[in-house]
Write a new protein. Sequence first.
Length: 134
Amino acid sequence: MKDSEISGWMWAEACQLIEQAERLQRQFFRIGSPNEQSAAWEPPVDVLETDNEVLICIALPGVAAEHIQVMLEGDVVSIAGARLMPEQSQSAVIHRLEIPLGRFERRIRLPKQSMQLVQSVFDNGLLSLTLQKG
């Protein structure tokens, strides 16, 4: 390969990666209204498994605890709710909105076995769920 061919290939790859990153950002950070039926965004999660339990951590910055619902149905745990626009921002000039707003939902498929939600802790914008294996 010639140097110009390598440079062209690298440039095309870089442009493709940037386009993919922008597409992912639009997917995860769509601005929506909490009254919409479909979710406007999906919060990021960590899922860890030990011999006896599954720990799920969900990042929910700026979401009030009373706006979160957790449902365990079979082998799927669903976390849903809404992040509302702060009251003081109703009359503010918005220069940038990067933290997602509106309704969110995240569905996580669990290992195929009996699970029971034994602990739910919401602290500093992080929801930690502990599910015990049956």
